[in-house]
Design a protein around this ligand. Structure first.
Ligand code: PLP
Length: 378
């Protein structure tokens, strides 16, 4: 619950700030030094930065030295895609716009690869594309989809890529705290993370580079972050990121409870309306999210109705203007325009309670009944 009465079910857009992250940030705001300065004040800021680096590295089983801090998931993705020394880019058709737009910006040959009806990358399509793509290629595949939660076969894709000397980038922004994530299991070259999806602040993120990998820096200047991303680091935001990363094992341990709540939403809505559709339900998914249709009601209308009832959910991928576009993720899965237009995303997290889910389901049935009433009248 946020505030006194609101129910927040949009964790995939941004998770509420954890108290641990808030405390770390408030403490770091009082650090006067620049972390690149050699005096004591500078060293104090550097110390906070390096603690956070160790915590973010530990979250993904990496070495601190391979973590580059930046402004968030979007910048982290852009650093990898625009900085990798490659001749072409292959990405799945369900990647976040951060990947799709960065790939277009490179001006290189870009291919968007098909997914199956559950939203998983077609590995045969990847294999064929690797054969014809200008070499070396960069394969960019997300760990988990932000709209449906569907998990991608990253390790399998990476092994195909290796056979073609391709590099691999994984957008893992939605994964930490929801599923186990370790770079040791993935065999990728670059991995993107964002603080605000794990209970840290908005405006901090990181790129992990496989030991020995280098990138052309997106932002050059003072040579911060070992010349990989210039600009004075946002010490307070990064301190919050580190604190949130430390909480990830606890958040992950809570997922058995969260998945039961998510499954309850799906079961009760389906029992009420058997024609409800759940995108990606046949695939392995993140435990905290469902992309659920309410037959006969446009997603935007659902979002507004739920908002009026005090519940925050989201429709498709909302862009910065707040407008809802047709979801490229759902359309890549072969979901028709009409059905896709009735799918909303409900995403849960550590703060979500059983009571909130019971209330959500009651409101869902109420909104649904109103649509049925209109159907009958029509
Ligand atoms: N990648 C994925 C899968 C996301 O869900 C998001 C955020 O929605 C991003 C990248 C961008 O992250 P940020 O908001 O930190 O720029």
């Amino acid at each position: 619950m946020t505030g006194n009465t609101r129910i927040y079910l949009d964790y995939n857009a941004s998770a509420p700030l954890l108290p641990e992250a808030r405390e770390a940030m408030i403490a770091a705001l009082d650090l006067v030094g620049n972390p690149s300065s050699v005096h004591r004040e500078g060293r104090e800021a550097r110390h906070v930065l390096e603690i956070a680096r160790a915590d973010v590295a530990a979250m993904i089983g990496a070495r601190p030295v391979d973590i580059v801090f930046c402004s968030g998931g979007t910048e982290s993705v852009a650093m990898a895609i625009r900085g990798a020394p490659v001749a072409s880019i292959l990405h799945s058709a369900v990647e976040h716009d951060a990947v799709r737009a960065a790939a277009e910006q490179t001006g290189l040959a870009v291919e968007s690869l098909a997914v199956d009806a559950e939203g998983r990358l077609d590995l045969i399509a990847l294999s064929e594309a690797l054969e014809r793509a200008p070499k070396p290629a960069l394969v960019s595949l997300m760990f988990a989809n932000n709209e449906t939660g569907v998990l991608q076969p990253v390790a399998e894709a990476a092994s195909l890529a290796r056979a073609h000397d391709a590099l691999v980038h994984c957008d893992a922004v939605q994964a930490p705290g929801r599923v186990a994530l370790s770079v040791k299991d993935l065999d990728v070259d670059f991995l993107s993370l964002s603080a605000h999806k794990i209970g840290g602040p908005k405006g901090a993120g990181a790129l992990w580079l496989r030991p020995g990998r280098m990138l052309a820096p997106l932002i050059a200047g003072g040579g911060q972050e070992s010349f990989r991303r210039s600009g004075t680091e946002a010490v307070a935001a990064i301190a919050g990121f580190g604190a949130a990363a430390r909480c990830v094992p606890e958040t992950l341990a809570d997922m058995a409870r969260v998945v039961a709540l998510r499954d309850r939403i799906e079961a009760e809505c389906r029992a009420h309306r058997p024609d409800v559709f759940i995108a990606g339900a046949g695939a392995s998914r993140l435990p905290n999210v469902t992309a659920l249709s309410m037959p006969g009601i446009a997603a935007e209308t659902q979002v507004m109705r739920f908002d009026l009832e005090g519940i925050a959910i989201s429709a498709g991928s909302a862009c910065s203007s707040g407008k809802v576009r047709q979801s490229h993720v759902l359309s890549a899965m072969g979901i028709g325009k009409e059905q896709a237009g009735e799918i909303v995303r409900i995403s849960l997290g550590r703060g979500t309670t059983e009571r909130e889910i019971a209330r959500f389901i009651a409101v869902w049935k109420h909104v649904c009944a109103r649509s049925r009433g209109r159907e009958k009248a029509a």
